[in-house]
Design a protein around this ligand. Structure first.
Ligand SMILES: O=C[C@H](O)COP(=O)(O)O
Length: 238
């Protein structure tokens, strides 16, 4: 299972890289769970990240505005992101979500067929009126995306597992794998929850809070020692 760590700036990106993160996920937590960062931040983090390491960029907790989002995706790609990740915040159903994701897929894969598109739903979608998280694998599949992901929309200390039990997460992973997609799971994930994610076959775990000093995604900063600890813990499962 790969470790994705979400830095907000260059200083945190160095910590993620030195700590051994597999994917550097440029994000702006000030703008939400999957908040988008500025193109120049994505660009400078891509430039300082070793070529063989993947850089991901989030497009935000996006509204149901397919044109706007496809243009944002094009911008993230141009800034150098290998992974383009979209939080389906304002889409209420399968049809709307597929429409948004199809625009992203067309915008980025038309330029670079190797770019990786991630459709992210929210385990606590019921709190924001967004699409049911269990529909995300079919949304990713029907739109031509590569990865089905879940995060949490509201960062109030509740974790992914508080909103979806293990059995449901396993169904999510199995369904996505059945389509030939990869999976990414996140949402205030704690170290002691990593083994469950590994055992269910999750491909990527996304973290920020647990990689920050003091475990706080907003007030803390990512530290290489925390990333190293997570990485070696994950390696111990192999
Ligand atoms: O993509 C992963 C997110 O950044 C997870 O952040 P979090 O661990 O603070 O919920």
């Amino acid at each position: 299972m790969l470790l994705l760590v979400s830095p907000i700036d260059k200083e945190e990106a160095v910590e993620a890289i030195e700590g051994g993160s597999d994917i550097v996920d440029v994000k702006n937590p000030k703008e939400g769970s999957l908040g988008a960062n500025f193109p120049w931040v994505i660009k400078e983090i891509r430039e300082m990240t070793p070529k063989d390491m993947l850089v991901s960029a989030t497009l935000g907790d996006v509204p149901y505005k397919p044109g706007t989002i496809s243009l944002a995706a094009y911008g993230a790609l141009t800034a150098g992101a290998d992974y383009i990740k979209c939080g389906l915040f304002g889409t209420k159903n399968h049809k709307e979500a597929v429409e948004v994701m199809e625009g992203i897929v067309k915008a980025v894969k038309g330029e670079n067929e190797d770019s990786i598109v991630v459709a992210s739903g929210y385990a606590d979608a019921h709190r924001i009126g967004a699409i049911d998280p269990m529909e995300i694998p079919s949304v990713a599949n029907d739109s031509g995306a590569d990865i089905a992901m879940l995060d949490t929309a509201v960062k109030d200390g509740k974790t992914l597992f508080d909103h979806l039990p293990l059995e449901k997460l396993k169904i999510f992973v199995d369904e996505a794998h059945g389509y030939g997609l990869k999976t990414a799971l996140a949402g205030s994930v704690k170290k002691e929850q990593l083994k469950d994610l590994y055992d269910m076959g999750c491909d990527i775990v996304g973290v920020r809070g647990v990689a920050c000093v003091g475990g706080d995604r907003n007030t803390g900063k990512i530290h290489r020692d925390a990333v190293k600890e997570l990485k070696s813990f994950l390696d111990s499962f192999k």
